[in-house]
Design a protein around this ligand. Structure first.
Ligand code: FES
Ligand SMILES: [Fe+2]
Length: 428
């Protein structure tokens, strides 16, 4: 349970808010590289942290993320012409480069040099792992480039999608660190989904419904260990990584690709669920890539031409009561992603955390909130760089391991929790 002020603080990320300042300390995913597929292609509207922006790629292939609105009289530059190394406003022809600098003002006499004095707000935009990353904080505090393993392995080993989620970022992220729901909500999919089925670990998930959680602080966030019974008195441990502010990595299953999410606020009532699948030591197979494109695993099928899921709140997520009754799905909604999203969106756009009754399986969520609150306070009051900004904090892995009963997972899985390029994930 949180007090109202705490809930407001964690869920509001617009300009000038404390949590907004925290998010503006990191490189965050802004667009898929496929959205700006070629030089001089159509610009794309981007709303992030409640700021309305426009992304474009100029004639030389440079990426820009600038204020959506023209400095002249405020029309949307989305209508603009992307030509000859700049975006030209469709109203009176003012033209901007990727840094937001006005470079031409054809409606004004050149001798005034007025264009030089006009610059739109802009943020850097760089490509890594098929994702365009931005940093929206003060220019002097720009951190080193992101080094998440999924975005630095060779392109053949990684694939990322994104999906609109119609809820605040925090309730979405909290679903990613709540590994007890897997045994219920997702139980029927573990043995059938092509990106999950066949792993021995699935059986421990399905037979032991009362995992014991052990949550330990990591340099960048938390290790969230969930312990279930295995054979001969041993334990099956699933260790999720949470790195501040909103990166999660789900423990692997068998030799499947490893996956996880970023939850990035669009505004306070919507977020992007970024979903990556990668394998550190081998290319993704054609079958895996086809499954990702078909919306399997943690991905979704889209409303064509959008990043909104085809099963969404306007069609009750294609609820199938017969499948629910027969146990083909636990909730009646198909697929991991929309099983999660349907329930998280059902909480309302911003869940009222003053009314919760948290239980022992919510320890990861409780500790993540406290860590966020602490980091926000230190940042706002003392300017302390928050955990997760340092690329060392980003080189992590989730793990699934069988350990003897007397061995803590922080010892038994110590090396498995660090990303090491030549080593395959620790998985069961
Ligand atoms: S409003 Fe853009 S040039 Fe006039
Ligand atoms: Fe889930």
């Amino acid at each position: 349970m949180l007090r109202k002020e705490q809930n407001d603080l964690l869920t509001q990320t617009g300009p000038g808010t404390p949590m907004g300042q925290l998010f503006r300390s990191y490189w965050i995913p802004a667009l898929l590289a496929e959205e700006l597929a070629e030089n001089d292609c159509a610009p794309v509207r981007v709303k992030l942290l409640s700021e309305r922006l426009l992304a474009f790629r100029d004639t030389e292939g440079r990426y820009g993320l600038i204020d959506e609105f023209c400095a002249h009289r405020g029309v949307s530059l989305w209508f603009g012409r992307n030509e000859e190394c700049g975006l030209r406003c469709a109203y009176h022809g003012w033209k901007y480069d990727v840094t937001g600098q006005c470079i031409e003002m054809p409606s004004e006499p050149e001798k005034y040099g007025f264009a030089k004095k006009i610059k739109l707000k802009s943020y850097p935009l760089i490509e890594g792992g098929g994702v365009l990353w931005t940093y929206m904080g003060p220019a002097g505090k720009q951190p080193p480039l992101p080094e998440w393993e999924f975005s630095t392995v060779p392109p053949s080993r990684t694939s990322t999608t994104k999906r609109l989620q119609e809820s605040n970022w925090l309730q979405a992220m909290e679903g990613g660190i709540d590994s007890s729901h897997v045994s219920f909500l997702h139980r029927s999919d573990l043995n059938t989904d092509p990106l999950f089925r066949g792993a021995k670990g699935n059986q421990y998930n399905l037979t032991d419904m009362r995992p014991v959680f052990e949550v330990v602080e990591s340099p960048g966030g938390l290790y969230i260990g969930a312990r279930r019974n295995a054979e001969d008195g041993k334990y099956y441990w699933r260790i999720t990584q949470w790195v501040m502010p909103s990166f999660t990595m789900i423990p692997p299953r068998g030799d499947h690709s490893v996956h996880g999410h970023f939850w990035i606020p669009i505004d306070d009532e919507n977020c992007w669920a970024w979903s990556y699948d990668y394998h550190p030591t081998r290319p993704l197979t054609d079958a895996e890539l086809a499954a990702i494109r078909a919306g399997k695993g943690i991905h979704v099928k889209y409303v064509p031409g959008t990043y909104r899921a085809f099963a969404n709140k306007d069609n009750d997520y294609l609820m199938d009561r017969a499948a629910q009754k027969a146990g083909r799905t636990f909730s009646g909604v198909a697929g991991f992603a929309m099983q999660d999203a349907s329930l998280q969106e059902s909480m309302g756009p911003i869940v009222d955390r003053t009314k919760e009754n948290l239980a022992s399986t919510d320890n990861g969520i409780i500790m993540a909130r406290h860590r966020l609150l602490r980091a926000v306070k230190a940042l706002v009051e003392k300017g302390t760089t928050p955990p997760g900004v340092d690329p060392v904090h980003q080189k992590v892995r989730s793990a699934a391991v069988i350990l003897p009963p007397d061995q803590p997972f922080t010892e038994g899985a110590r090396e498995a929790l660090i990303a090491c390029p030549a080593v395959a994930p620790a998985s069961v």
